[in-house]
Design a protein around this ligand. Structure first.
Ligand SMILES: [Mg+2]
Length: 166
């Protein structure tokens, strides 16, 4: 079936209106690395054993974006942490985009539905989300348990998402 005009958008990377792409109205999920894919073990970060499973699960349900201090996480997370990263997670350049002192929340767009998994939002982030009335969009993750599942993130994301999983 050909999508009608109401559910197509122009691809921002494409030239002109001749290359529409199907709209993806799934909730955007912003993903931190340390404290989400990694946990604290002996005062150091260590990869969570189900981090790759979490990313696969998230990509099946959300439009995923990195919101992390890691540079080029699609390469560095598998290369340095040994966590398999499925294709399709876009990197948000929040440090370049943001003010000083840098904080992540400024890079989150309010023109689409979103959630953010993060272990340590800064006070600037919290203040910014509060001013936007968006503190319920932040899913805070306990950095201590060795698995993502033990943090309850899967269930909390399903509850918080406005689009039910397919
Ligand atoms: Mg973190």
């Amino acid at each position: 079936m050909t999508p009608g005009p109401s559910n197509i958008r122009e691809c921002p990377a494409c030239e002109g209106p001749s290359a529409p792409v199907a709209a993806d109205d799934r909730t955007v999920l912003y993903i931190d690395v340390d404290g989400v894919l990694q946990h604290v073990r002996d005062d150091r970060w260590a990869p969570r054993h189900d981090a790759a499973e979490f990313l696969e699960w998230a990509l099946a349900r959300f439009r995923c974006r990195w919101l992390t201090s890691w540079r080029n996480p699609n390469e560095t997370v598998p290369g340095e942490l040994g966590i398999r990263v499925p294709p399709g997670i876009e990197e948000v350049r929040w440090r370049e985009a943001g003010p000083f002192p840098p904080f992540k929340a400024i890079a989150i767009r309010d023109d689409e539905d979103w959630l953010w998994v993060e272990d340590a939002p800064s006070t600037f982030d919290i203040d910014h989300l509060r001013a936007r009335g968006a503190t319920d969009r932040l899913i805070r993750v306990d950095p201590l348990p060795p698995s993502v599942r033990q943090t309850g993130v899967f269930e909390r994301l399903e509850r918080a998402s406005r689009v039910p999983p397919k």
